[in-house]
Design a protein around this ligand. Sequence first.
Ligand SMILES: *[C@@H]1O[C@H](CO)[C@@H](O)[C@H](O)[C@H]1NC(C)=O
Ligand SMILES: *[C@@H]1O[C@H](CO)[C@@H](O)[C@H](O)[C@H]1NC(C)=O
Ligand SMILES: *[C@@H]1O[C@H](CO)[C@@H](O)[C@H](O)[C@H]1NC(C)=O
Ligand SMILES: *[C@@H]1O[C@H](CO)[C@@H](O)[C@H](O)[C@H]1NC(C)=O
Ligand SMILES: *[C@@H]1O[C@H](CO)[C@@H](O)[C@H](O)[C@H]1NC(C)=O
Ligand SMILES: *[C@@H]1O[C@H](CO)[C@@H](O)[C@H](O)[C@H]1NC(C)=O
Ligand SMILES: *[C@@H]1O[C@H](CO)[C@@H](O)[C@H](O)[C@H]1NC(C)=O
Length: 444
Amino acid sequence: MMQRWSRKRSHFPLAAFVLLVFIACSILYNESSIQHIHEHSDHVSRKPETTAAYIKPNLPTHSTRAPEFLDRFVSCNSTRVYIGKKIRLVDPKLKLDRRREGLESCDVFSGKWVFDNISYPLYNESDCPYMSDQLACHKHGRPDLGYQYWRWQPHNCNLKRWNVTEMWEKLRGKRLMFVGDSLNRGQWISMVCLLQSVIPADKRSMSPNAPLTIFRAEEYNATVEFLWAPLLVDSNSDDPVNHRLNERIIRPDSVLKHSSKWEHADILVFNTYLWWRQGPVKLLWSDEENGACEELDGLGAMELAMESWADWVASNSNSHEKQVFFVTMSPTHLWSREWEPGSEGNCYSEKSPIAREGYWGSGSDLPTMHMVEKILSRLGSKVSVLNITQLSEYRKDGHPSIYRKFWETLSTKQLSDPKTYSDCIHWCLPGVPDGWNELLFHFL
Ligand SMILES: *[C@@H]1O[C@H](CO)[C@@H](O)[C@H](O)[C@H]1NC(C)=O
Ligand SMILES: *[C@@H]1O[C@H](CO)[C@@H](O)[C@H](O)[C@H]1NC(C)=O
Ligand SMILES: *[C@@H]1O[C@H](CO)[C@@H](O)[C@H](O)[C@H]1NC(C)=O
Ligand SMILES: *[C@@H]1O[C@H](CO)[C@@H](O)[C@H](O)[C@H]1NC(C)=O
Ligand SMILES: *[C@@H]1O[C@H](CO)[C@@H](O)[C@H](O)[C@H]1NC(C)=O
Ligand SMILES: *[C@@H]1O[C@H](CO)[C@@H](O)[C@H](O)[C@H]1NC(C)=O
Ligand SMILES: *[C@@H]1O[C@H](CO)[C@@H](O)[C@H](O)[C@H]1NC(C)=O
């Protein structure tokens, strides 16, 4: 969709678009080794589903010829069009298991942003030693700080007030793990910044950046962790530093590589979205012995991956022991004409939220949302949804734009036109992801 947009509205510089995609995929990791990002066409069609076979996902491979897990060096021997294999549906009995009822009489995701410079921000950017240079907008020169002062106010009720002591008590003896892409990583950093201030420096620690990065607080015997798994299923993009972007290969029927790392967490917070926006995706099924891949559009591939993930959740999480959250798509603000018709920019120099209730831009793909909703509803009470899409849609002012560290050297031409290299995908901290974490706190 992002690409189709760029083709249709060709007056938007292609370079800027490519840069945005680059930022989308690369933030927080040093990507300077990746030189080329190729434009893919996203027109791979799906065959009629007459030949559909159902695959039971998340089975260990017993084949000696298929690799146990994919890594970044995996390649396809050949590629053909997707023939319609499906992931076996989650146990239909689950449908009877209704979502937690009664707890919430009010939709906390429907509301508005209220200016509140008394209680916000919940922490200072410079006081958080774990802050990321890609999200520290003030440090990187952002002059207006209004984006830090907004509080999410649901229409018909109040959110539980953030209380760091209470949060630590909830986490005592537990592992809280965020699993997903760079947006989810931003939410993890926000959580660490929200939590760390009350822990003495010699009683907390952060492990080195790795696929699994762990913040530990001794006195609570608790950890707040981040697992890099941008596509949830096994893929060739699972190395946080060196991911391959020009040929994305996934194992659509297995999350086992990642689930071995996340299975012992007590509270899991998943997301996935942006990495599927750049199709097509190559599928290498677990039972494929000759390295033959199939090719499918991003949405179709994401659906297969979500089904495999849902299968894991359905069969491994007992909601009394484990709490599972899914964070819906984080919107982008790439085209200011969507909220201000006639303008030519993006999120750069935006200073306040969108006030129009129900605003929905092209950065939040509705077919993706419907697919996600269908799969999550089948999981019933085994998963809680953090539906952050609409509330974040309002926050065109919350992105770093040019106020972050960029790994690549910017040309004079780019520098002379800031909107061409603005990051309108991720979020400044303190900022919007703190709100997502207040919602998480509300539901814990
Ligand atoms: C990123 O890579 C560049 C070039 O390889 C190197 O100069 C730089 O120090 C790296 N930065 C980090 C944070 O690893
Ligand atoms: C909060 O905002 C109001 C209105 O913009 C301003 O008058 C006041 O000085 C601000 N207070 C603080 C503590 O920043
Ligand atoms: C942030 O810093 C200001 C000034 O240094 C201070 O008044 C304020 O209390 C700090 N806020 C938090 C949440 O620590
Ligand atoms: C925060 O939670 C702790 C522990 O539950 C409680 O003792 C304290 O009063 C709370 N603080 C506020 C400001 O509500
Ligand atoms: C710390 O928490 C882990 C679970 O995360 C638990 O297995 C262990 O027994 C706890 N240790 C103490 C000293 O409470
Ligand atoms: C690719 O196909 C050839 C011939 O079918 C086979 O010998 C080889 O093992 C395959 N490669 C992989 C990675 O499966
Ligand atoms: C999230 O909320 C939007 C309305 O803002 C709704 O259309 C969508 O279906 C919800 N998504 C999920 C997964 O519940």
